[in-house]
Design a protein around this ligand. Structure first.
Ligand SMILES: [Zn+2]
Length: 225
């Protein structure tokens, strides 16, 4: 769920030994969304672990997970973990829920600055922060390009499936010095979509497409500070 995500990933620094960190959303007492005993936190973890298996067949580049088991990680701790991993890219995996039961499909989010932040900083003449925002803008742009490419690739593999892009002032991505996407893979609140995301065939095809997308862009280094 997006509401939960607005706390993560701020204050990250880039130490790019590792290519990607995969963050299975929620965990422990934080269940995420749930429908009919199917809990977002469990599904996100199973997708993340499966991604790692698929990844290892494709590439020797390092991918790390923020959690390997069902445990609660506070947003602050999660942010710290990701920062300490020092990867170039981060993907946070989630599933959605909505009171509008007909809503289904995949959503890919990338961050943007909030205009109020700019305004505050300009008013304070806070040059260092303004500079940091400029750098961050670059990462948001990179993330946007990444999101669009992934959208195209997923749309080819799943031509019937809505693949929406969203640009939100996610705090999780706001101060990060890395490319970052939040992927809401499907809607647990929609019966067909729920069955779809529980289907191992869909899961593997989705994760293979994601893995190939990351392999294809893994040669491209981020602009350094
Ligand atoms: Zn979530």
């Amino acid at each position: 769920m997006i509401t939960w995500l607005v706390l993560l990933f701020s204050g990250l620094t880039l130490r790019a030994e590792c290519l990607l960190v995969v963050d299975p959303g929620h965990g422990g007492r934080d269940l995420g969304t749930s429908t009919l005993q199917i809990r977002e936190k469990d599904l996100a973890l199973s997708y993340a672990k499966r991604f790692l298996e698929i990844w290892k067949r494709l590439s020797s580049k390092e991918v790390r997970l923020t959690r390997h088991e069902d445990r609660f990680i506070s947003p602050e701790k999660r942010r710290e973990l990701i920062a300490n991993f020092g990867c170039q890219n981060v993907i946070s995996l989630h599933f959605n829920g909505s009171v509008i039961r007909s809503r289904w499909g995949t959503e890919i989010y990338f961050g943007k600055e909030t205009p109020s932040e700019w305004k505050e900083r300009l008013e304070e003449w806070d040059y260092l922060n303004i500079l940091a925002q400029f750098k961050q803008h670059k990462y948001h742009q990179e993330s946007a390009r990444w999101a669009m490419k992934l959208q195209r690739q997923l749309a080819q593999v799943f031509p019937e499936r809505p693949i929406r892009l969203g640009r939100l002032p996610l705090t999780i991505l706001q101060q990060s010095q890395m490319r970052g996407l939040v992927i809401e893979i499907g809607y647990l609140s929609n019966e067909q979509d729920r069955l779809k995301v529980l289907d191992p065939q869909f899961r593997d095809l989705f994760l293979e497409t994601l893995a190939h997308n990351i392999v294809a862009q893994s040669g491209k280094d981020l602009p350094r500070k």
